[in-house]
Write a protein that binds this ligand. Structure first.
Ligand code: AMP
Ligand code: GLY
Length: 422
């Protein structure tokens, strides 16, 4: 088959790697990919939001299936565009993508379908925000309605903080939306639960936990994710049953009943407290960096599972996992998530000993004309290892990163600290 992958992050390199490991061989194109994907596929410098240009290429190269990594393309309607042209594309359509694309849509949907989540209100001005605060306890959480690349959420401890943040969003801090909600702060520990669904049936496609803060000990600014591990130790059979019955099933059934069946990967960001899961948010795609560790732990063929969505055989599929746990540690450019330097050479990457359970997935990297690998973004590499214990996995993942000769590298050494006791 000829396969196209949309995106350029560590998630897309991991998907590309996994498909490249399939039993049968495939020609893979990445739009636009990174230095890592260029070794196992063809990078194509087309802006994935330019659907017409993408379509011309897809026709020219006889691409049979498109897999979409990032949420922006999905929210922009890439799936609707290619479905209208009868090209197989994996991911939810524009309407179903509102589960991530609009927090107000998602919250309203949860209420209608009795899905446990934090209480919320939409505030249209500062006065209604103030009125709401009279009867609520701090902290509260202020959120922008639309996509905000992880920057749309602030936990506020007093009225001034809330009003400042609400004002900024109402004034247009985020291009995606000027709408704002305030919600109840949920206590507990976060975990992620992933399913793949054809709109009717669904299968669990992994669990994980990630570390969003930039600093060790989970302090400092929020990022796209500094590392993750799988499986989540919070999700045992009892908790999983609650997640499925109270959250996942009502979501998939509810979307179908609304006439917007959800097809693709659904990622539930959960808060778990006393074994009770509540939904914090939905994402309409794999997590990044969670996907990297899931792809290394998955024994089944990813492509086979994705294709089952199109021939209605998902129900019969069994997704098989490596029992050992896995970890992924993000190596970022020093200064991330604020300002950082690009085009810094990363040396010694080619000398690392990689195996089926030890991989470096690239995110923000490019290869220059001399074949050198340069940093090209905030999150740059993902050292990903599956091993008998999470502690060993972390030691091995750090060892790979320690061997890199790269002046600007920054990574946390404590990923997984809630599980890995000294
Ligand atoms: P989101 O952009 O919705 O993923 O939120 C980013 C992060 O903010 C989440 O991963 C949580 O750590 C935190 N967060 C969001 N909503 C809540 C909430 N209602 N209670 C506690 N923490 C929250
Ligand atoms: N790692 C969090 C996300 O992908 O949204």
């Amino acid at each position: 088959m000829n396969i196209g992958i949309i995106g350029s992050g560590g998630r897309e390199h991991a998907i590309c790697y996994k498909i490249n490991k399939s039993n049968s061989s495939h020609k893979i194109y990445c739009f636009p990919g990174n230095a890592g994907t260029s070794k196992i596929s063809t990078n194509v410098l087309i802006n994935p939001d330019n659907f017409d240009e993408l379509y011309d290429f897809v026709i020219k190269k006889n691409i049979d299936l498109i897999i979409v990594g990032p949420e922006n393309s999905l929210v922009n309607g890439i799936v609707d565009f290619f479905e209208n042209k009868n090209i197989k594309i994996f991911g939810p359509n524009k309407k179903a993508s509102k589960l991530e694309g609009s927090k107000i849509f998602m919250k309203d949907f949860c209420i209608k379908n009795k899905i446990p989540t934090a209480k919320y209100i939409e505030v249209k001005d500062l006065k209604s925000a103030q009125d709401f605060l009279i009867s609520s306890n701090f902290p509260v959480v202020v959120k922008s309605d639309g996509l905000a690349a992880g920057k749309g959420v602030t936990i506020c401890n007093n009225t001034d903080e809330v009003l400042k943040d609400v004002k900024r969003i109402l004034d247009g801090k985020f291009k995606s939306s000027k709408k704002v909600i305030i919600e109840e702060f949920l206590k507990g520990e976060e975990a992620s639960y992933f399913v793949i669904t054809d709109g009717i049936n669904f299968k669990n496609i992994g669990t994980a936990q990630d570390h969003k803060r930039v600093g060790e000990g989970d302090i400092g600014l929020n990022t796209g994710g500094m590392g993750a591990y799988s499986p989540s130790y919070l999700i045992d059979d009892e908790v999983e049953e609650k997640i499925v019955q109270k959250i996942i099933k009502p979501t998939i059934d509810g979307m179908r009943k609304m006439g917007t069946p959800y097809r693709g990967i659904l990622y539930a960001g959960l808060m778990i407290h006393d074994k009770e899961p509540k939904l914090i948010e939905y994402n309409i795609r794999f997590g990044d960096p969670e996907c990297q560790v899931l792809m290394l732990r998955m024994k089944s063929q990813l492509l086979d599972i994705i294709l089952s969505i199109f021939d209605n055989t998902l129900k019969e599929k069994k997704i098989i996992w490596e029992e050992n746990p896995g970890i992924t540690i993000v190596a970022a450019s020093k200064g991330y998530p604020e300002s950082f330097k690009n085009n810094v050479e990363i040396k010694n990457l080619e000398n690392l000993k990689l195996t089926n359970s030890k991989q470096i997935f690239h995110a923000g990297t490019i290869k220059n004309e001399k074949g050198k690998i340069l940093s090209n973004g905030g999150r740059v590499l993902n050292s990903t290892v599956v091993s008998e214990t999470l502690k060993n996995a972390r030691i091995e993942a750090l060892d790979l990163l320690d061997q890199l000769d790269w002046e600007n590298k920054y990574y946390r050494r404590d990923i997984g600290f809630r599980v890995i006791k000294k």
